[in-house]
Design a protein around this ligand. Sequence first.
Ligand code: IMP
Ligand code: MG
Length: 175
Amino acid sequence: MMPDYSSLLLSPREIDDKVAALAEQISRDYKDRDLVLIGVLKGAFIFLADLSRKLTIPATIDFVWCSSYGGGDTSTENVLRISGIRTDISGKDVLIVEDILDTGITIRDLLAYLWSFRPSSIGVCVFIDKHERRRTDVTADYAGHFVEKGFLVGYGLDYAEQYRHLPAVYEMARS
Ligand code: IMP
Ligand code: MG
C-alpha cells in the first residue's frame, strides 16, 4: 500500500501528537472569537477532520477547492482556480487549513480571495511547512511539522492523486 522507494517521515502516532498540539494552541488563541475553519481541498480533508475534532472551542467549517499542481509533482506556477466559499465570513476569524505550504502561491492567492469578503482576521494553519521552494512572503501562523525539502505523500498529500488515504506521511525518493 505504501509508495515504492519511500521512507516513513511521520507515524500515525506522531501525526496525532502534532495535531493535538496545534488544536490546543488554536483553541487557546481563538477562545471567544468567531472561528471559521476553511479547508483547502483536496489535501486538507484528513488534517481538518482530525484538527477540528480536537478543538475545545466552537468553530464552523467550510472548504475551498484550489489547486496549483497538475497530475504529478511539479507546480504549474500559475494563479489558481479557487472555488467559491458558501459561508458568510464577513467579520469572522478565518483560519485556513492546508496540508502543506510549499511555494506559498496557493495560500497567497487564497488570502487575496478571502480578504475580499472582509473577514476580521485570517490565520494560516498548515500540517507541513516546507521551506526550500518558497517563492512568496507567505508564512504559517501554525505548522505541525517543518521540512526543508522533499516530496511527501500520505495523510491527505498525494502524488498524482495516489496515497492520500495513507495514515502516515512518507517521503518519496526522487529519481
Ligand atoms: P504551493 O502553492 O506551492 O505552496 O503548494 C501547495 C500545494 O502543493 C499543496 O496544497 C499540495 O497540494 C501541493 N504540494 C506541495 N508540496 C507537496 C508535497 O510534498 N506532496 C504533495 N503535495 C504537495
Ligand atoms: Mg493541495
